[in-house]
Design a protein around this ligand. Structure first.
Ligand code: A3P
Ligand code: MG
Length: 359
């Protein structure tokens, strides 16, 4: 039997060619070409977020967010400094911590918060912003961002888009308020943190009284680095001076009675103490430990900076802290860089047991 042959009529051939041309045109100019170009140009988003379609209204560029975060920390810091130098703090008590310490609020906190919040909110209206102080939305401060990106950020950081809904920004308009009221200016910082899907990705820590700013972005770059060495055997431990709880006992139980303990104000200041910060009023330490309850705006920026530089900040049980949802962190914290963080955690006493023994 002869093999079956397929014969196309001339009309069939023409239809077939037209269809082929249509497919080629679609590939060249349309949807797929755009998608291919996007994947060629961008790396996976920081924090594991799926990259949104390029140019989509719901996308935000992390490099732009970093630039605005630095600006917000600096502009907020101007208010913090102005109020302190004017000596009219209007100090109030806004409540008490769980341990019974008075939580203070000053005009420095409120004016800095107002500036930082409105600047970030106007630049990124689609992004969730959590700030330490209450924001009066009717009281719109018009601080706008001129969209300029500082040269150093442009050189070190590539644009990186993520979906706006994956981002949570945490603002601390004045860290170390207690020390601010005592005029211990060296401890005071303003901080901004950007979390993507709960992971801290961008951290900015600014010292308003010495015009020093540290920033870092995970998988991006930074203007600050780790020190060249740390003392892992007998680390100097930096701890809170005004919300200490049992941290000194925990540090001594872990590292011995001779351990050097440095009490200091501010979570931002204590993270900077672990880094190479050329600042005359900055102490140095090897590990930062905090045992009482603390809020996420106090620790997110430091966590992002440490993570970007290869360090760690976890709860005392070694769990990562998620920067979405509730604003509190219950599990204490331990922060280190260029050390075996897991080994540090294993050395810590069982906290439940410790708190019974120490009561
Ligand atoms: N037990 C606690 N409860 C509530 N806030 C706490 C806390 N311990 C520390 N903090 C806050 O964490 C920041 C750093 O604390 P410390 O200086 O004691 O290390 C301070 O933030 P603010 O100054 O921004 O309020 C402080 O209020
Ligand atoms: Mg704070």
């Amino acid at each position: 039997m002869a093999p079956m042959g397929i014969r196309l009529s001339p009309l069939g051939m023409a239809v077939f060619c037209l269809l082929g041309l249509g497919v080629l045109y679609h590939l060249y100019s349309g949807f797929l070409a755009g998608r291919f170009a996007f994947f060629m140009l961008s790396e996976p988003a920081a924090g594991g977020a799926e990259p949104p379609p390029r140019g989509s209204a719901a996308a935000v560029d992390l490099r732009e967010l970093l630039a605005v975060s630095v600006l917000a920390a600096v502009r907020g810091g101007e208010e913090v400094k102005r109020v302190r130098e004017g000596n009219v703090l209007n100090e109030k008590a806004k409540g008490k911590t769980r341990e019974g310490a008075e939580e203070k609020l000053t005009s420095g906190d409120l004016l800095s918060n107002r500036r930082m919040y409105h600047l970030l909110q106007a630049a990124f209206p689609g992004v969730q912003i959590n700030s330490e102080e209450h924001v009066n939305t009717a009281d719109q401060e018009t601080v706008s961002w001129d969209r300029s990106i500082p040269e150093e950020i442009k050189q070190k950081i590539q644009p990186k888009e993520v979906p706006a809904e994956s981002v949570t920004v945490w603002i601390d308009p004045l860290d170390a308020t207690q020390e601010y009221t005592e005029d211990l200016r060296q401890y005071v910082t303003t901080m901004v943190c950007v979390a993507v899907n709960g992971k801290p990705v961008i951290g900015v820590i600014h010292k308003p009284f010495s015009a020093y700013t540290a920033w870092a972005m995970v998988d991006g770059g930074s203007n600050v680095k780790a020190r060249s060495s740390y003392n892992e055997k007998t680390p100097r431990i930096i701890v809170s001076r005004s919300h200490a709880g049992k941290v000194k006992q925990v540090a001594r139980q872990t590292f011995g009675n001779k351990t050097v303990i440095i009490p200091a104000g501010g979570a931002g200041y204590k993270v900077l103490a672990l880094l190479d910060v050329a600042e005359k009023n900055q102490e140095e330490a090897d590990v930062y430990i905090h045992v009482t309850y603390i809020k996420k705006w106090d620790i997110c920026a430091g966590n992002a900076v440490l993570r970007a530089l290869g360090g760690h900040m976890t709860t005392l049980n070694g769990e990562e802290i998620s920067y979405t949802g509730s604003d509190g962190n219950e599990g204490g914290l331990i922060a280190s860089i260029n050390m075996n963080h897991k080994a540090l955690i294993e050395k810590l006493p069982d906290l439940e047991e410790t708190s019974h023994k120490l009561d």
